[in-house]
Ligand binder design. Structure first.
Ligand code: ADP
Ligand code: MG
Length: 286
């Protein structure tokens, strides 16, 4: 088994003046990105569509290269994908021809080195798959096919599979974006539980400000054209959170502040003001 280097003094992820320009694009998709993410942090990213959230997440995941700047994980430059950085996307990426249990066990590390595995390792992996199945409340569905499951359950399988290789970092891009409101609430508490239990660093992208505040220890607000970090908010609600928090005045205040800032940075506010001026003008002149 591989143990990633752990040095509590070195942030898990270090991003230094990172830039990304896609070929032929007139603007940087990412510009002057500077951020440290600590071991076991839960950081959420929000921002207007097109501000570079997914690009940044994919870059951390090693699926995208950057144009300049530095990106370090455990103090080492990221040069490509790694088993220590697992990704979960909005659209369930389960193999439809495999059962739930087979999907969970099908992790890159195990498949790549299957021939070298000792029986003790195979047993340990089976034990972990069982534990993850229980953690996700999927015991009764171990032998089901993905298309027999609801969206929420499919996403639980995807999370369990991502956790199978004990990644130090879990990268999630709008993972609950396709789920209904009630299922999302359940998933919010589940992923917080997973975070406490697994002690992974979680980087979570969403367009839902409420979700970002409820889950994150920090909320990073990005702005578009060029994609950049606008504001980093510390979320002052500690680790013990429940759904009632979403109705607390301090929660709603922070939510309003972030939403307002997203409107300002996305240019939507200006557009609305122009519209107001225009309709005022029309009313006066007609
Ligand atoms: N593969 C790509 N090729 C060219 N431009 C891209 C590519 N992926 C994303 N972009 C552009 O980069 C910017 C950031 O996109 P993205 O990271 O998807 O934003 P977000 O996830 O915040 O909505 C957008 O302007 C988008 O059009
Ligand atoms: Mg995106």
């Amino acid at each position: 088994m591989r143990f990633p280097a752990f040095n509590p003094l070195v942030p898990k992820i270090q991003i230094r003046d990172l830039h990304k320009r896609f070929d032929g694009a007139p603007l940087n998709a990412l510009e002057h990105i500077n951020l440290d993410i600590a071991h076991n942090e839960f950081v959420t990213f929000v921002g207007a569509s097109g501000c570079g959230k997914s690009t940044l997440l994919r870059t951390i995941g090693g699926l995208e290269t950057h144009t300049s700047g530095e990106l370090l994980v455990d103090g080492r430059p990221v040069t490509g994908p790694d088993i220590d950085r697992a990704m979960v996307f909005q659209h369930y990426s389960l193999y439809p021809w495999m059962s739930v249990m087979e999907n969970i066990k099908f992790c890159r590390q195990l498949s790549a080195h299957r021939k070298d595995l000792t029986s003790a390792q195979v047993e340990a992996a089976s034990g972990r798959a069982d534990a993850l199945l229980r953690l996700m409340g999927l015991q009764a569905s171990a032998n089901a096919w993905p298309n027999q499951l609801s969206g929420g359950m499919q996403q639980r399988v995807a999370i369990a599979r991502a956790l199978m290789g004990r990644p130090g970092i879990l990268l999630m891009d709008e993972p609950f974006g396709a789920l209904d409101a009630q299922t999302r609430e359940v998933m919010h508490d589940l992923i917080r539980h997973v975070h406490r239990l697994e002690r992974a660093t979680i980087v979570f992208v969403t367009h839902d400000v409420e979700e970002a505040i409820y889950l994150g220890g920090r909320v990073v607000l990005m702005a578009p054209r060029p994609g950049r970090i606008d504001t980093v908010y510390d979320v002052p609600f500690g680790d013990q959170r429940d759904q009632d928090l979403k109705h607390a005045p301090e929660f709603l205040r922070l939510k309003r502040e972030i939403l307002e800032r997203i409107r300002e940075t996305s240019g939507m506010k200006t557009d609305l003001e122009q519209l107001q001026r225009l309709s005022g003008l029309t009313a006066e002149t007609v």
